[in-house]
Design a protein around this ligand. Structure first.
Ligand code: SF4
Ligand code: SF4
Ligand code: SF4
Length: 165
């Protein structure tokens, strides 16, 4: 299943579901949200590391992939896949020049580049330039969509307001 189609319920079903709070989340369901948004790692659930959950742990690792969130952004990068090709940077630089207003594309005031390849890996160098950081702008996914190596993903830092189990 592609990561973008992953729902908290898919994750929750494989968690211990004891709501013990040892991971720092109020419920296992909240932990599932945090896993999808990459604010938590599987290893932060001590229950999941027990032998009895070995199969669930392996299945969850496969579902969630290996990427890590680039701090202060919505970007999740699998460093082992990123070649530093710069395709995402090029598409972003074009995307940054326009915004949609009233269904029409209009020119955006110039902003510094949001992305840059440093030492052969993608970095988010100016999060405030990314359209996703600006409330009211369209949610943009272009950089992740254009990555030829499926190294990049985008997540939202959402958490559930209450348990939904
Ligand atoms: S530590 Fe694991 S079992 Fe406990 S609440 Fe968090 S996700 Fe659930
Ligand atoms: S994230 Fe993808 S598109 Fe961007 S530099 Fe890495 S491999 Fe290239
Ligand atoms: S989400 Fe859009 S604006 Fe933000 S870095 Fe990617 S391409 Fe650029």
């Amino acid at each position: 299943m592609p990561r973008k189609d992953l729902q908290p319920l898919h994750i929750y079903r494989l968690l211990p579901r004891t709501n013990c709070k040892l991971c720092g989340c109020p419920t296992c369901y909240a932990f599932a949200f945090n896993l999808i948004s990459k604010n938590k790692r599987l290893e932060e659930c001590p229950e999941l590391l027990k032998e009895e959950f070995r199969d669930s742990y392996s299945a969850l690792r496969k579902m969630l992939g290996e990427g890590e969130r680039i701090e202060g952004s919505d970007h999740v990068l699998d460093r082992s896949r990123c070649t530093g090709c710069g395709d995402c940077v090029a598409v972003c630089n074009r995307a940054l020049t326009t915004i949609t207003k009233g269904g029409r594309l209009v020119q955006r005031p110039p902003v510094p580049p949001a992305l840059k390849v440093i030492d052969g890996r993608l970095n988010v160098v100016e999060w405030s330039s990314c359209k996703r950081s600006v409330p009211g702008l369209d949610i943009c996914n272009l950089c992740a969509e254009k990555c030829p190596f499926s190294a990049l993903d985008l997540v939202k830092p959402e958490e559930p307001d209450e348990e939904d189990s």
